[in-house]
Design a protein. Structure first.
Ligand code: GLN
Length: 278
């Protein structure tokens, strides 16, 4: 079997199993399995694929057919162009979250060397990429999950980003004040989780998804407890669920925040809310 035949068969099996982005996933798994770059693949695709590689590839395809996320099979993904290690202990970084990073980067004009806290950092993708793209920040990432923090630390090292990672249940072990607090907290309403894709509900950590009864549990706490940890004139930047812009904006307004605005993601859904502490 040639590499190209294996890829076509892999994609066919994924399509048959109803896997989204079968074409891309079939290709990515082959590249991963055979250590191919796009160019190397083009050069070698008509060559015979070694027997053991064929076995390895279709074993990966079988796992993907069972809805194990692509990123759990390859152990990594790219976020803001940076490679991030991914394990079942962290939420798989989403493209939509890049919008949040981009909004924080827009604050560059206002701060020289701000202290930035990423609350609920998970894989660390937000704070690691922020540190790479805004070198002057003093970067802190925190999470309640020690296992997630191990992954986040590796991502910091892997990308040469100096970030201080703190184990903390929300602000419990956080001291001092920050100029920017950024967070993609768990925000899915508990009763909605059952309806999510298998890749999400069965493989992303429940701890990273569940925003409790109304999905707003963590926003309420971060907004309330964050008051003591945000400088006046500092910013709170949240990723939100597509139907949470109104509720989160109201929570922020009630807490006295100013200049509240909502930013949409690439498919036009509300995705980020930014507010300034007056
Ligand atoms: N955006 C993720 C999803 O759609 C959820 C992330 C979160 O809860 N913070 O599954």
């Amino acid at each position: 079997m040639r590499y190209e035949d294996a890829r076509i068969e892999g994609v066919r099996r994924l399509e048959q199993a109803g896997i989204e982005e079968a074409e891309n996933n079939g290709k990515e798994l082959l590249f991963y399995c055979c250590d191919f770059t796009a160019t190397a693949y083009l050069l070698h695709k008509m060559e015979e694929m070694p027997e053991e590689k064929v076995g390895e590839y279709f074993a990966l395809i079988e796992k993907r057919q069972e809805h194990i996320p692509l990123q759990h099979l390859t152990g990594e993904c790219y976020f803001m162009g940076y490679p991030m290690k991914v394990t079942p202990d962290v939420l798989v970084p989403r493209f939509d979250t890049e919008i949040l990073v981009e909004e924080v980067l827009k604050l560059k004009a206002q701060f020289q060397a701000p202290r930035v806290l990423d609350m609920c950092t998970g894989s660390g993708c937000i704070i690691v990429s922020l540190k790479k793209l805004w070198r002057e920040i003093e970067a802190t990432g925190s999470d309640v999950s020690e296992k997630a923090l191990l992954v986040a630390k590796e991502n910091g090292l892997r990308n040469g980003a100096e970030v201080c990672f703190v184990h903390s249940d929300l602000f419990e072990n956080i001291s001092g004040k920050f100029d920017v607090i950024v967070s993609n907290p768990p925000y899915i309403r508990t009763d909605v989780i059952e309806g999510l894709a298998k890749e999400v509900k069965e493989h992303d950590p429940m701890l990273a998804l569940d925003g409790k009864e109304d999905g707003l549990f963590f926003y309420r706490r971060i907004i309330a407890q964050g008051q003591n940890h945000l400088e006046c004139g500092g910013y709170l930047c949240f990723e939100i669920g597509h139907d949470q812009a109104k509720d989160v904006s109201r929570l922020l307004a009630d807490a006295g925040y100013e200049g509240i605005y909502v930013k949409k993601d690439l498919v036009g859904l509300d995705r980020v809310v930014v507010a300034r502490k007056g």
